[in-house]
Ligand binder design. Structure first.
Ligand code: 5GP
Ligand code: MN
Length: 367
């Protein structure tokens, strides 16, 4: 850390990280070869991160459908933890490839990981990295730890589906409506419906290719983003009603946060996935650069979502507390009470303020 200028006095600043290189031609070639050089009638296992979101499932299932087009028959898609797909994502094309984590091939010829920044995101499926013939990691997290054998990691990509689409193209698989729907859900999820700064011309060009297959963005967006049970609406009222604003936190840049308990879910008869959009409402608060939602997943255990509007690198905070993510959207699993978890975040925030507010302060908000 340096003490350079550009932020509130007396603050320790994060150095600007060097731009992280995207995949090389050798990386792409190795990924293509991993698929092309498979033995006769191979077993292929696709894995995305625990608690999968639209990019994790969309990139995995879209790519899986592409592998089907290549004639791969023995194909499974899975994710660690309870085999529950969030309701809005249940209708994704390719969902028939999904298999509970405890029923997957013990030693597949090829394993491909989607949207997982580190091994820890593979949970109980981590051991497959050792038993699989080979492994390919498709991802877009700058914090990716380069686990597995072949890495196609592009931190400049707005979503893992951007990487997955290019790999399918290099494998000679054309887009069809089913693949496109999966990749569209992934792209729309990670760009906040094309609102975040990660929404580059390349993102819109990809969206155009996907829409050209005939998929309906209005229908897809309503299903994925704008359809929740009425009980969830009431639950949002409770959780947002207890949000707290702390203007002095993050070296005076401000923190706004709230929490949701298992009891909140039970009281409103809701599943945990309904809590995911809450961070978007909390981060609206103009008075705070950093926002946070602390979601109870078990007694004494909380899934934490953090966002920054650009002056704070929340991935620094997340990595320091055992998690990861992007500079402006990150998370980790916290233990103790919600207050204790937020105490730990506060302690890390001052050291995560970004020194250079020209290049470094372009909020992406992407997940
Ligand atoms: P979200 O808040 O939408 O769940 O996650 C925001 C970003 O942080 C995503 O890129 C996600 O992959 C990452 N992230 C969230 N929770 C964790 C975690 O527990 N560990 C790691 N390594 N990354 C996380
Ligand atoms: Mn992603």
């Amino acid at each position: 850390m340096t003490g350079s200028s550009g932020g509130p006095a007396g603050t320790a600043f994060v150095d600007e990280p060097a731009p992280v290189a995207g995949p090389s031609e050798a990386d792409w070639a190795a990924a293509v070869a991993a698929v092309r050089d498979l033995p006769e009638d191979p077993e292929v296992l696709l894995i995305c991160h625990v608690n999968p979101d639209g990019d994790a499932l969309g990139s995995m299932l879209g790519f899986g459908l592409g592998l089907r087009r290549l004639g791969i028959r023995r194909l499974q898609a899975t994710f660690p933890g309870p085999p529950e797909v969030p309701e809005p994502l249940r209708g994704l094309p390719g969902a028939e490839l999904l298999v509970p984590a405890d029923r997957v091939y013990p030693a597949p010829d090829l394993m491909i990981c989607f949207d997982a920044a580190s091994e820890s995101r593979l949970g109980e499926l981590l051991g497959r990295l050792d038993t699989a013939g080979t492994s390919v990691v498709l991802d877009h997290h700058a914090s990716n730890t380069r686990f597995g054998a072949v890495h196609v990691v592009d931190p400049a990509a707005a979503a893992t589906s951007v990487v997955a689409e290019e790999l399918l193209d290099r494998l000679g698989v054309p887009l069809d409506a089913a693949i496109a729907e999966c990749f569209y859900v992934a792209l729309a999820t990670d760009t906040g419906s094309f609102r975040f700064a990660a929404t580059t011309p390349a993102v819109h060009l990809m969206a155009a290719r996907l829409l050209a297959t005939g998929i309906d963005p209005g229908v897809i967006s309503r299903r994925i983003f704008d359809t929740r049970p009425f009980g969830a609406v009431r639950l949002y009222g409770d959780v947002l009603g207890r949000a707290r604003l702390e203007p002095a936190s993050a070296a005076g840049l401000g923190l706004v946060w709230t929490y949701a308990t298992l009891d909140d879910l039970t009281r409103h008869d809701q599943r945990p996935y309904v809590l995911e959009p809450l961070i978007d409402s909390v981060r609206c608060a103009a008075e705070a650069d950093v926002s946070c939602v602390v979601k109870q997943i078990a007694p004494g255990e909380w899934a934490v979502s953090m966002r920054s509007k650009g002056r704070v690198d929340v991935s620094r905070v997340a990595v320091a507390l055992g998690g990861g993510g992007h500079r402006f959207a990150a998370g980790f699993t916290g233990r103790g009470t919600a207050d204790e978890v937020v105490d730990r975040i506060r302690e890390q925030l001052d050291g995560a303020v970004i020194s250079d507010d020209s290049e470094g302060c372009r909020p992406s908000g992407r997940a």
